[in-house]
Design a protein around this ligand. Structure first.
Ligand code: GDP
Ligand code: GDP
Length: 451
């Protein structure tokens, strides 16, 4: 599990700039995903040796009163549930009324909060920061989100103390090598497959969970926990062990309708983090929202396998169905490797087939491929379509090997490979995907410069 960090601040202080800096990791998936980069609200950050979940709560326009009203309910909840809050202010503007309102709100939350004074490039950092001590939020950390200055020190302070609770927050530089060896020894097919069922409120997650469990012999027990905790339910299906990660909270028979749980973004993100395969549920009776796409995008960036279930497919007219399919084609292009199922959780239609795709995605994510085969695929790709010239010299790919599983990673060594344009990287990704028959899981291709 990873800790959750929430970015808070009024508009224009630099939240998205910092968000982009922190989430643009070197390990980012090679393909970029049109439609996802705009308006991203949460992402996995991998920066300077730290890994965490980052949430941009969006701009808060707070005036002295009414701040609670103005903050979207989810932003409020993100603050409540975050492990650390980064409160951004603008070093060039000095303290504003909105900053004060936000500070008052945060103080009441009694949260672990860092006050970050952004845009200190080209101004007197000490003088700019001094003004903000009046907010009584403790130490002021000066940064320039646009240039990266001060960011590392700030992260040290924010995240180092969490390492005890979340050991995975620290990225071990030897991890890559050791995890390769480790992965080679893991018998993935013998492990329980962790399947997270995620989606917006009311898409039918509980109905689906109950439907899946209703067909199996399971013991559901009440688990203590906060709104942040999902329910982990062991089950068996087709002789394989599963752990269902239920973000909706199972509503037992007779209790449906009672205690409807609040949707928690953080709970959903943690569940995705912890899963092998994510079952993303979409409501056929609603238009696809940015939130649907963001959840899928997050799963993708976390390297999770994905199966998409379009629920409530019962009783729709043919016109309606055609329209939904067109919309799916248009908006889910970035995740075209994921199988899409049209189901009715209510009637059980199509639910069984979901598991075929879940199995397929997991098998794809954990398959082992040797160096010679990967290198051969790379050569075929290169023969069919030469890499471009960069500064007058042709980029040369030399060999490829596996860099890990779940998600599959392919490391390609060569000359000038770091200059390969995005289009060629995407070509390679798709080529590997087809050649390896990988379905339902993102592939990561990374490049290493040969010496
Ligand atoms: P948000 O509304 O809080 O998400 O703010 P943005 O990230 O969109 O930034 C608002 C403006 O501040 C943009 O024009 C950024 O280029 C600028 N900005 C952000 N960070 C810095 C910084 O470190 N230094 C300077 N000089 N400008 C910055
Ligand atoms: P959750 O918030 O995602 O857990 O959603 P629920 O499982 O509580 O479902 C929300 C509403 O959608 C309930 O009224 C369900 O009866 C209804 N629903 C769920 N699945 C289906 C379905 O397949 N077809 C139809 N018509 N309604 C459904």
């Amino acid at each position: 599990m990873l800790p959750v960090v929430a970015l808070v601040g009024r508009p224009n202080v630099g939240k998205s700039t910092l968000f982009n800096r922190l989430t643009r990791s070197r390990d980012a998936l090679v393909a970029d995903f049109p439609g996802l980069t705009r308006d991203r609200k949460y992402g996995q950050a991998n920066y300077d040796g730290f890994r965490f979940i980052l949430i941009d709560t969006g701009g808060i326009n707070g005036d002295e009163e009414g701040i609670d009203l103005r903050m979207a309910e989810q932003s409020l909840q993100a603050i409540v549930e975050a492990d650390v809050v980064l409160f951004l202010v603008d070093g060039r503007d000095g303290v504003t009324v909105a900053d004060q309102a936000i500070a008052n709100h945060l103080r009441k939350q009694n949260k672990n909060t860092l006050l970050i004074c952004n845009k200190i490039d080209g101004i007197d950092e000490q003088a700019a920061g001094a003004d903000f001590y009046s907010l009584a939020m403790g130490e002021v950390f000066g940064i320039a989100a646009a240039h990266g200055r001060g960011v590392q020190k700030m992260l040290e302070t924010a995240l180092r103390p969490l390492a005890e609770q979340y050991p995975e927050v620290i990225v071990n530089s030897e991890e890559e090598v050791s995890s390769d060896l480790e992965h080679d020894q893991i018998d993935y097919q013998a492990l329980p497959l962790k399947l997270a069922i995620v989606g917006r409120p009311n898409v039918g997650k509980s109905t689906l969970t109950n439907r899946i469990l209703g067909e199996e012999r399971v013991v559901v027990f009440d688990m203590p926990g906060t709104t942040r905790d999902s329910v982990y339910i062991p089950m068996q299906r087709n002789e394989r062990d599963y752990i269902l990660i239920d973000t909706a909270g199972v509503r037992r028979r007779g209790k449906i309708g009672e205690a409807i749980e609040k949707f928690s973004v953080i709970k959903t993100l943690q569940a995705i983090e912890d899963a092998n395969v994510v079952l993303a549920v979409i409501d056929a009776r609603e238009t696809i929202s940015d939130q649907d796409l963001n959840l899928i995008g997050f799963a993708l960036n976390a390297g999770r396998s994905i199966v998409i279930a379009v629920n409530k497919w019962d009783g729709l007219t043919q016109d309606h169905k055609d329209e939904i399919k067109r919309e799916l084609d248009r908006r889910l292009g970035f995740v075209d490797f994921a199988r899409v199922h049209f189901i009715s959780a209510l009637h059980g239609t199509g639910v069984g087939h979901l598991f075929e795709s879940v199995e397929e995605a997991y098998a794809s994510a954990t398959q082992r491929v040797g160096t010679s085969k990967l290198t051969r695929i790379m050569e075929m790709a290169q023969d069919e379509h030469q890499p471009p010239l960069v500064s007058g010299r042709r980029v040369k790919l030399k060999y490829a090997h596996a860099g890990g599983y779940n998600p599959p990673r392919v490391i390609i060594h060569g000359n000038q490979v770091n200059d390969l344009p995005g289009s060629y990287q995407r070509y390679l990704t798709n080529y590997f995907r087809r050649a390896l028959g990988v379905m339902g899981t993102p592939i990561k291709i990374e490049f290493r410069e040969s010496s």
